[in-house]
Design a protein around this ligand. Structure first.
Ligand code: ZN
Length: 362
């Protein structure tokens, strides 16, 4: 009985705290851009011609203005909307949706995404009208606390805003805001959206805590691995390729290939250090051969390392060092060695590389 009461009190306190913090997220999101797309879409469906002033006002809405699209991108959105929402061109839209997008055909991905959205406008309007985005943001902030140390104090870090827009099935970050595609959001469960937002909040907390000055190219790469790898534990741990499926099978396959190849990539990075040191970093910028190995913004190698750390029971240790790429590499090695003691074949980073990262961190 007492236990039940304690649980109920705990739950009540949790609900109250989420409700209270939901209020603080009340002005941290907009749905205006996505709604304007649906409004213009309805007019196209009725056969109206959309004037330049209407398009300008669409791209002046908060989400699109933060995205700051190039003219060519605006034209692609306009063309895709004119096709997607026109009932007379439905067969054309359907056949475009049958095409298989390639890695180098982002315009096709955009067009297909808007054609698919045009088929579910009722559902999209209901979603925009009924979703409590402030509550989702508050839940994401609660969730991310499990992945950052206490010292990354809640409430003092500026978290990203959220704006729903329509473009490719992706969520991207610009100018302290998450720009999320409406059609992507429609396909996700509430938990998936919360996790995605928590992933982005992780970056906010880590960026605020990160205080290493070095611009060393190796340290930067490992910092990206740590940043994306830890954030991916929040939203892509089970199926890391999942979000790339929306871009087409080719993207997902390429990502999975890079993920499986992560130990090999680490070995290659490691073997570059000697040459890098011998050549010296004359131009002081990025090291070309290293940049070539850095794909998908560090996600595949990052999540490979972070997952191994979690699997070997070292996540708590990693969280305590969430803003330190040298410690991340060190903890990764500890995890790899643990696994190798039990028959694993994980790549362990060389002492020379660890030493280099350590020196750069001081
Ligand atoms: Zn990220």
């Amino acid at each position: 009985m007492k236990t039940t009461r304690t649980i109920l009190l705990f739950l009540a306190a949790f609900v109250l705290s989420v409700t209270a913090s939901a209020q603080s997220f009340a002005d941290k999101f907009t749905i205006e851009s996505a709604e304007t797309v649906l409004n213009i879409g309805e007019r196209i469906e009725r056969g109206e011609v959309i004037g330049e002033a209407d398009w300008d006002s669409l791209f002046a809405t908060k989400g699109y203005s933060i995205y700051n699209m190039r003219d060519s991108q605006r034209e692609k959105i306009k063309d895709a909307m004119i096709l997607a929402f026109n009932p007379a061109r439905r067969a054309e839209a359907d056949s475009i949706c049958q095409l298989r997008p390639k890695v180098d055909t982002p315009a096709l991905v955009l067009c297909q995404n808007l054609c698919r959205l045009a088929k579910r406008t009722q559902e999209a309007r209901h979603f925009l009208g009924s979703t409590d985005f402030a509550r989702l943001l508050a839940k994401a902030d609660s969730m991310v606390q499990n992945f950052i140390p206490r010292r990354a104090t809640k409430g003092t870090v500026a978290l990203n805003d959220l704006h729903l827009i329509c473009f490719i099935p992706d969520a991207t970050v610009r100018d302290k805001a998450v720009l999320m595609d409406l059609n992507l959001a429609l396909k996700m469960s509430e938990d998936e959206i919360v996790r995605l937002l928590a992933h982005e909040f992780f970056h906010n907390y880590r960026d605020a805590a990160y205080n290493i000055d070095s611009r060393d190219t190796f340290l930067k790469v490992f910092s990206h691995f740590q940043n994306e790898g830890m954030a991916d534990l929040i939203d892509k741990n089970e199926q890391p390729e999942k979000l790339y499926v929306a871009f087409g099978e080719d993207y997902a396959r390429l990502f999975l290939h890079e993920l499986a190849d992560a130990p090999q990539t680490l070995l290659q990075i490691d073997s570059l250090l000697t040459a890098y040191k011998a050549e010296g970093n004359a131009n002081g910028g990025e090291y070309g051969p290293l940049v070539e190995l850095f794909v998908f913004n560090g996600h595949p190698v990052g999540i490979y390392m972070a997952r191994l750390i979690r699997e070997q029971g070292l996540l708590g240790k990693l969280i305590a060092q969430f803003d330190n790429p040298y410690r991340f590499a060190l903890i990764y090695n500890e995890a790899a060695k643990r696994k190798n003691r039990h028959g694993g074949h994980e790549y362990t980073l060389s002492q020379a590389l660890l030493q280099h990262l350590k020196q750069c961190s001081q």
